[in-house]
Design a protein. Structure first.
Length: 125
C-alpha cells in the first residue's frame, strides 16, 4: 500500500491548520509513461512562447498522481464508485476527459450542453 504524508503543515485557503487522514481515494495517473511521452511530443509541436512552454514542461515533469475524489461535501458522484465525489478542482479535468470519449460510451448520442439564460439581475441597468 502506498502512503503519502504532507511535507509540512497543511493550511486551508482561509489559513486554518488542516488535519490530514489516510483515506481511500481515486487518483488520475498523470505519471503514466506513455501519456507523458505523447503529451511532451504534443507540447513540442505547439506554437508557444518560451516562458509558457517552460511552465508547461515544469508541470509536466512534476505531475504524477492527482487526487480527484473525496467522500463528503457537495459535488458530483463518480459514476463507477458512488461512495466518492469528484473533487471540485478536478471537475474540469475529468469532464473534459469524459467528453472526449462520451460518444463511445453513449452510443454516439451526446446531449447538447447549453447554459440557461442569465437571470435578469445579471444585467446592469
Amino acid at each position: 500500500m502506498k502512503y503519502s504524508e504532507p511535507e509540512k503543515p497543511v493550511l486551508s485557503r482561509s489559513g486554518d491548520l488542516c488535519v490530514c487522514a489516510l483515506t481511500d481515494q481515486w487518483y488520475i495517473q498523470y505519471g503514466e509513461k506513455e501519456w507523458k511521452k505523447e503529451t511532451s511530443e504534443l507540447l513540442g509541436s505547439m506554437n508557444l512562447t518560451p516562458e509558457v512552454r517552460g511552465s508547461f514542461k515544469v508541470v509536466l515533469d512534476w505531475l504524477n498522481q492527482w487526487a480527484c475524489s473525496r467522500s463528503y461535501g457537495l459535488g458530483t458522484l463518480l459514476p463507477w464508485d458512488p461512495i466518492y465525489l469528484i473533487e471540485s478542482l478536478s471537475d474540469s479535468t475529468i469532464y473534459m476527459a469524459f467528453y472526449t470519449v462520451a460518444h463511445l460510451l453513449q452510443g454516439n448520442h451526446i446531449m447538447p450542453y447549453s447554459l440557461p439564460p442569465p437571470h435578469k439581475s445579471f444585467y446592469h441597468n
